[in-house]
Design a protein around this ligand. Structure first.
Ligand code: GAL
Length: 824
């Protein structure tokens, strides 16, 4: 029986395996159910931190026979009979680092030696914490006697890192990369009549990045059952060319025959629009596929009036591919795709569907408050929405292949993506990781370029050129439809910069005009730009407290302010745009204070929770110019500073901005395009207000009012209705307010979230780069008045109450409606 976690792709028809003199008896007679079943393996896992037995005996049977002496007898923990009753029940995605303690360096003098600790966010993982750096997972696979005649595959979207996968004791895969997806055929190791044990040993002792990376099965895992003759993983590539007759769509589809006899296969493709109407179809010629081999069939068809995928209207199509043998469909896969044209022009920047589009981008890593790197699908989508609300239209997945769910969200919401390989190397491993990334991702319309490197030590050398040329060649063999880029911080005129299609400048935006004058034929964009550091809600630097003021003035030596890079990029059409370093604050690489207790970077325009800092409003004003906006900073609650001068800034896209202080004008100023207005006024409690004028008319306003003492916690959610599927979630904000409902800007009251039944609390955060309260804590201090909680459906439907409380304050509860079938 299928449960609702399983996707039944095709239910009709039964096909017989072609019989052969040499085929095993069971295969000659067993009917093969004509279906593909794809099951998300997210619940029911058991996890053990540390070595499954002990460090010595992870891979040992008995006293004499060790390690890998016999296939199938690798480690007791990989067998069904192993007792894992004291292992922790967990759901995937799972990042075990979120449960590890913080590990400050022993003494300031040893800071240098603890750089790895700082880079990864000062958690007790890595070479100094071997017992915390290995984790084991176990799951009983849902295999039934019906699966006897099927091929069975596991598909992992990403495991951090060095994953050894075992099925019934057999080592079936060893995957070094923590970011590249992989699949493994496990059919031979299964026992359809018995229990089937999946086990993973994950080793995060070594890192791949200089930022927080998490550890464990932090992206989804799928179990896929197919006919022996089937479309392999990533086996369909849909591309299109737009011309005067609509769109010519080419579909390359692979067929693998996991049987001894050859087969003749036909592929029937139906293209459906977003409302499910078939808009084109085509069937290939029959192709012969040898036993235990893979063949490819190419088909073309035309959509005469295509609905183009764009930022504003991200129309998606679906290609339903049926694999037919002797006229019977024995497999079906669905591929989402979009139709659009892209082009980087050296003189005029980036073009989407023939129109110039400035890339208003951000770079991001993949961690979020409360969950670390184990980001549920809906949270990926939410993060895209926050950046879009700022006007951002592009995302650079720095510095690794992103989660599939993030790409799906970008496709669905119209966010452009630069997809980046983790390693700039043409080693067999490097090429394999690159191949997996490109094959998995090449159907996503959001992807506009493949990045093959970032600030590589060999970037400006001939070796660097050879390597990037090799990677470019490999990408183009798999996907000839997109340009190759690379991010440089020097060597802009030599080495790899001469072999990539689009050159990326990390910072140094002011050097782009001279580069362009010298290399007018090479498209250019800012792959890392700006990089103001700031603490949300803070307006004075405090080095001792690791606080950076949120005016757009602070940045490391290699970077610049938002205003300085964006003015250059905006003024020069040949600059395709830029990607701010970064959209969200991220754990690890604490900058500017690369020392405890800073556990995260301060680069984000949004903090670790996605709460906007003031720079968000700078970008929003200038990236959404058609919507009049004025934003005023700082807040206006400065008890004890009466009469002292306060620096007031306004960001706006209006012609002029007037500042009113307690109702009296402090001056009306012309707003420089992409600039800011500044006044300095003595503090007096009350209210400051900014009025934006365009063509002399008031079109926008913002105000800050002096808040009184904290009186209540306000609780709001991004959505009050979620699906009761055990995965969907709501993003909650707890806000400390005074009696009049004004946010109290310095409030740090400890807020407790209570979810009761029906919902589980995934985690909490507050955006403070020095906060070391555990991710899963239900109680956390507000930071500058705000706290975030992520609540997830536990699989039951109904209306469930979540409440926020804080000592001495009036609490608030809200009802979240979880709709639909419950999962079992
Ligand atoms: C860049 C690098 C990023 C990040 C950033 C910090 O050089 O590519 O990954 O480290 O600096 O400013």
């Amino acid at each position: 029986m299928l449960n609702r976690r399983e996707t039944l792709a095709l239910t009709a028809g039964v096909a017989l395996v072609a019989s052969s003199r040499y085929a095993p008896a069971s295969a000659q007679t067993a009917p093969v159910p004509a279906l593909r079943v794809r099951t998300l393996l997210d619940h029911g896992w058991r996890f053990h931190l540390g070595h499954a037995a002990d460090a010595e005996r992870d891979f040992a049977f008995g006293r004499d026979q060790r390690s890998f002496a016999k296939a199938g007898l690798t480690s007791p923990a990989t067998l069904a009979k192993f007792d894992d009753s004291d292992w922790a029940p967990v759901n995937v995605p799972h990042d075990w680092v979120t449960d590890l303690p913080y590990a400050p360096p022993p003494a300031p003098a040893s800071n240098e030696g603890s750089d790895a600790g700082a880079a990864h966010g000062f958690k007790a993982i890595g070479r100094d914490y071997p017992q915390n750096s290995v984790g084991w997972y176990r799951l009983t696979l849902p295999i039934t006697p019906d699966d006897k005649a099927r091929r069975v595959r596991l598909e992992f979207d990403g495991v951090f890192r060095d994953a050894r996968v075992f099925v019934n004791g057999y080592a079936v895969a060893e995957i070094a990369s923590g970011y590249a997806p992989f699949g493994v055929d496990i059919t031979d190791f299964l026992d359809p009549d018995g229990p089937n044990q999946l086990a993973l040993r994950v080793d995060a002792s070594l890192g791949e990045g200089w930022f927080y990376e998490g550890a464990g099965i932090y992206r989804p895992v799928w179990l896929v059952k197919t006919n022996p003759v089937h479309v392999p993983q990533w086996g369909v590539f849909v591309r299109s060319e737009v011309d005067s007759g609509g769109a010519l769509v080419q579909i390359d589809a692979e067929v693998t025959a996991m049987q001894d006899t050859p087969v003749t296969a036909t592929l029937r493709h139906r293209l459906l629009d977003s409302s499910g109407h078939v808009v084109a179809q085509t069937t290939t010629q029959a192709i012969p596929v040898a036993g235990h081999a893979t063949g490819t069939a190419t088909a073309t068809t035309r959509i005469t009036v295509p609905q183009l995928w764009s930022i504003e209207t991200p129309h998606l199509y679906r290609c339903e591919t049926d694999l037919l043998v002797d006229g019977t469909a024995i497999d079906r896969v669905e591929t989402a795709f979009g139709i659009r044209t892209i082009r980087f022009d050296a003189a005029r920047g980036f073009f989407l569907n023939g129109k110039p589009v400035k890339l208003l981008g951000t770079c991001n890593h993949q961690d979020h408050a409360g969950v670390g790197s184990a980001i549920p699908d809906r949270l990926h989508a939410w993060r895209v929405e926050q950046l879009q609300s700022m006007g951002s239209n592009a995302w650079r997945a720095s510095h690794n292949p992103p989660a599939s769910a993030l790409l799906d969200a970008c496709d669905a919401k119209g966010m452009l993506m630069v997809n980046e390989a983790r390693l700039n190397t043409t080693s067999a491993e490097g090429l394999d990781e690159l191949t997996r990334m490109v094959k998995r991702d090449r159907n996503h319309p959001c992807i506009i370029a493949w990045s093959v490197g970032n600030e590589e030590p060999h970037q400006g050398t001939s070796r660097g050129a050879r390597i990037s040329a090799g990677l470019r060649r490999q990408v183009l063999a798999l996907d000839p439809t997109r340009p190759i880029t690379q991010a440089f911080d020097n060597g802009f005129e030599t080495g790899a910069s001469r072999v990539v299609d689009v050159i990326g400048f990390n910072y140094r935006t002011d050097k782009i005009p001279a580069f362009h004058a010298k290399f007018p034929d090479q498209p250019v964009m800012g792959t890392e730009t700006g990089s103001t550091v700031s603490t949300r809600g803070a307006y004075a630097n405090d080095a001792a407290g690791h606080v950076v003021r949120a005016y757009d003035t602070e940045f490391p030596w290699w970077a610049s302010t938002a205003e300085s890079w964006w003015k250059i990029a905006d003024a020069n059409p040949y600059i395709a745009g830029g990607f701010i370093w970064t959209g969200f604050d991220y754990r690890g690489e604490p900058t500017p204070y690369s020392a405890w207790p800073s556990i995260s970077s301060y680069f984000g325009v949004l903090d670790l929770c996605g709460f906007p800092k003031d720079n968000y409003w700078y970008y929003r004003a200038n990236w959404r110019r058609d919507e009049p906006l004025v934003h005023l900073l700082p807040h206006w609650t400065w008890s004890g500073r009466e009469g002292q001068p306060i620096e007031i800034w306004a960001y706006s896209n209006c012609d002029e901005v007037e500042l009113l202080v307690n109702g009296r004008s402090a001056g009306r100023k012309a707003m420089e395009r992409n600039g800011h207005c500044l006044w300095t006024v003595p503090y007096a409690p009350g209210r400051i207000e900014a009025i934006g004028y365009t063509k002399g008319k008031r079109v926008a306003r913002d105000r800050q009012e002096t808040a009184g003492p904290a009186a209540a916690v306000r609780l709001t959610a991004d959505r009050l209705r979620i699906s009761a599927d055990g995965r969907d979630l709501a993003m909650l904000t707890a806000r400390i307010v005074d009696r009049a409902g004004r946010t109290v800007p310095d409030a740090a009251d400890a807020v407790t979230i209570d979810t009761g039944n029906g919902l589980r609390l995934l985690g909490t955060g507050n955006g403070d780069p020095t906060c070391i309260v555990p991710d899963h804590a239900a109680t956390r201090p507000a930071f500058h008045g705000l706290m975030q909680a992520i609540v997830q459906s536990d699989g039951t439907s109904g209306s469930f109450r979540v409440s926020a409380s804080a000592p001495g304050l009036k609490g608030e509860g809200i009802a979240v409606l979880a709709l639909g079938d419950s999962t079992s």
